[in-house]
Design a protein around this ligand. Structure first.
Ligand code: GLA
Length: 671
């Protein structure tokens, strides 16, 4: 269960009552009851209203709205209001403003205009949090804490002088002395040797490529600087209310912040998610984020903290979700472990930059609104899903993701800057999703022993511990599928010498003589029966025991192996030295799943997403039809659809964009 005080599926939104006259609040709570809302995130952007001038606080309005919500059965996910400082903070402490890499100061007038290392920001923010915590800690409506908002969303790093000082402190703690730092940063190169700590700067705009390790460390530092802010607030809240769960909202695969580190420090994971309705694969990309969220919390239930009912306002063209899509995508989140579905925001703003962003309550009268009827329907349905609470997903496959490796992979001055982490992850996630295989994401250093198959896309940077962890996984009988440009550097972004990829040569049974990055539009071909093409990258592989599964057919490296398999210990390690067209990756993924004994969740028609969640006593099969046509599904077990209450024996018909959650009668099902 997400929060003891809301022992149901959570349903609600960000609620910004300060944007409205109080008469509207009565209407708000009436409509919240109508829609089945049981939790709202309150006060996220209220700092200027709560502390109109320095040290002068006004909580009366917040007291009134919290009481009104409580009287109406709506619990509160109370925000700490530190996400957007009031203009007075910048006026009084101009040094609190963030500075970009080019030295440009970011001014107030939008939001998130603070330097994460600013002491003025930290002092004023923590005082505000203390007062909020103190005032509401015993309020019966308080169900959860919402710390700040989307850390790093607009300002993930700051290059000001204070940040430079803090960066140096962070480096001192990491390296101890300057010689060690000089060694780690490889400063013998380009005369970069530092003689004094004071000479070290963040990687500000420079004539050409900045030192890669300096850049990597600055990313580590910047993620940690934000994490410190979170911990500063968390400590205050924990002291006031040891029992109330604390979260801050993530943003899916958000590069600047290492969510593995963060999730460990949260009571529950929550996520904001805005898939693009104009992208035909949006639901698959959304599923990938949902699987990440479940994995970050080690399988525990999480909350979809924000999504939109219909449209956002921040793309160039804000394509609406078609009828039934919001419902279907919401169940996509529930299928992958969400026990809360919430929106940005409750009532659509009348003014400000987000007035064209849809909300649960639209500008137009609710009686004439398609989205309101969808909102009410979903609220009523979620109210019937208490049985699902605590049910967990089960995955036999893990895709490895390490934020540090992601940062290092995408630094400049590489063989090819076209190799992108998310594309690498997705190139394997998509075929796994399409074969109905459940996937976790895992850190390469984490316990992999529960998986049969581990996929390691472009795992560029690896620590010795991760190398040993992956090696042991295969030696103990696991199946590994690793793709190109993996195991190339250590934690300092230094090449691991001894023939690429040095730490995995024995495991993979090969050596890579060289990389051949391909030009835009350039392809090669594999000597498979299907003759599939490949692009982006070609590793020139010399097998050292590995069996060759496919070789290139063209160019100066025709006949060189591209795909291999090596038996290692009790397991097997596959290596993919290029980016093949999807058809090939799909076949390869099917083969490794088969070999690893990874089973699909169920056999369903294409375009149907199927996921299972289980408790000790029950098993729930989600069937989500992303097709525009009706589909017939042969059920692996008879069961009852929680959404309709209807029983189904062996067959179930799903409407276009329809969803079913089947409580299975037989729950140890072999497909
Ligand atoms: C983010 C923010 C919200 C809002 C939405 C709009 O998720 O957290 O405050 O700006 O984006 O999509």
């Amino acid at each position: 269960m997400i929060a003891r005080k809301v022992p149901h599926m959570i349903y609600g939104a960000d609620y910004n009552p300060e944007q409205w006259p109080e008469e509207v609040w009565e209407d708000d709570v009436r409509l919240m009851r109508e829609a089945g809302v049981n939790l709202v995130s309150l006060g996220i952007f209220s700092w200027a209203r709560l502390e109109p001038s320095p040290g002068e606080y006004d909580f009366d309005w917040l007291d009134r709205i919290i009481s009104l919500l409580h009287e109406n059965g709506v619990m509160v996910n109370l925000a700490t209001a530190t996400a957007s400082p009031p203009p007075w903070l910048a006026a009084r402490y101009p040094e609190s403003l963030p500075v970009t890499q080019n030295g440009v100061v970011l001014h107030p007038g939008a939001r998130q205009h603070y330097c994460p290392s600013s002491s003025a920001y930290k002092e004023r923010a923590s005082e505000l949090v203390r007062r909020i915590a103190d005032r509401y800690k015993d309020h019966p409506a308080l169900a959860m804490w919402h710390v700040n908002n989307e850390y790093g969303c607009h300002v993930a790093e700051c290059y000001c002088d204070t940040s430079a000082e803090h960066f140096r402190e962070w480096l001192r703690a990491r390296y101890g002395d300057l010689d060690t730092l000089n060694e780690a940063w490889g400063t013998a190169f380009w005369s970069q040797r530092y003689a004094e700590w004071g000479e070290i700067l963040p990687p500000r705009s420079a004539p050409t490529f900045a030192n890669p390790t300096q850049q990597l460390d600055f990313r580590r530092f910047s993620s940690d600087a934000l994490l410190k802010l979170y911990e500063m607030e968390k400590e205050i809240l924990r002291g006031a209310t040891p029992e109330i769960p604390i979260t801050t909202n993530f943003m899916g695969f958000f590069k600047p912040v290492d969510y593995w580190k963060w999730a460990l420090r949260e009571d529950l994971v929550s996520d904001d998610s805005y898939p693009d309705p104009s992208d035909p694969e949006a639901h698959i990309k959304a599923a990938m984020s949902r699987d990440l969220m479940r994995s970050l919390g080690d399988g525990a239930p999480w909350v979809l903290m924000e999504q939109t009912t219909v449209r956002v306002n921040w793309r160039e063209r804000n394509i609406p979700k078609r009828p039934d899509v919001m419902r279907l995508w919401s169940y996509g989140a529930v299928a992958r472990g969400a026990e809360g579905i919430m929106f940005f925001q409750w009532r659509q703003s009348r003014a400000g930059a987000e007035k064209y962003h849809s909300a649960m309550v639209p500008h137009v009268p609710t009686e004439t609104s398609r989205s309101w009827s969808e909102v009410s329907r979903l609220g009523a349905e979620l109210g019937r899903l208490d049985e699902l609470l605590g049910a967990r997903g089960e995955a036999e496959t893990a895709i490895l993701l390490d934020w540090e490796s992601w940062w290092a992979l995408e630094l400049d001055s590489k063989p090819s800057t076209a190799v992108r982490m998310l594309e690498g992850l997705y190139s394997f996630y998509e075929p796994l999703y399409n074969t109905n295989v459940s996937v976790d994401f895992a850190h390469p250093g984490s316990d992999l022993s529960s998986y049969r198959l581990v996929v390691a896309p472009n795992l560029y940077l690896v620590t010795d511990d991760s190398v040993e962890n992956i090696r042991r996984f295969v030696a103990d009988g696991g199946t590994l599928l690793m793709s190109f440009f993996s195991g190339i550097v250590d934690a300092q972004d230094h090449i691991r010498l001894g023939g690429y990829p040095a730490p995995f040569r024995e495991l993979l049974g090969l050596q890579i003589e060289d990389f051949v990055p391909m030009a835009t539009g350039e392809t090669n071909r594999l000597d498979t029966t299907g003759g599939e093409t490949c692009d982006l990258w070609a590793d020139l592989i010399h097998p050292e025991g590995a069996a060759i599964l496919a070789s290139y057919t063209d160019d100066f490296y025709a006949g060189t192996p591209a795909v291999t398999r090596n038996v290692y210990g009790e397991g097997a390690a596959y290596y993919l030295g290029t980016r093949p067209e999807e058809r090939f990756t799909k076949l390869l993924v099917e083969r490794v799943c088969d070999e690893a004994g990874v089973r699909p969740t169920a056999e369903v028609p294409p375009g149907v997403d199927t996921v299972r969640r289980k408790t000790g006593a029950a098993s729930f099969l989600f069937l989500l039809n992303h097709n525009q046509e009706t589909v017939e599904i042969r059920l692996p077990s008879p069961g009852r659809d929680l959404l309709t209450g209807k029983g189904h024996d062996s067959q179930l018909t799903l409407d276009p964009l329809g969803a079913a959650i089947l409580q299975e009668e037989r729950h140890k099902v072999d497909v």
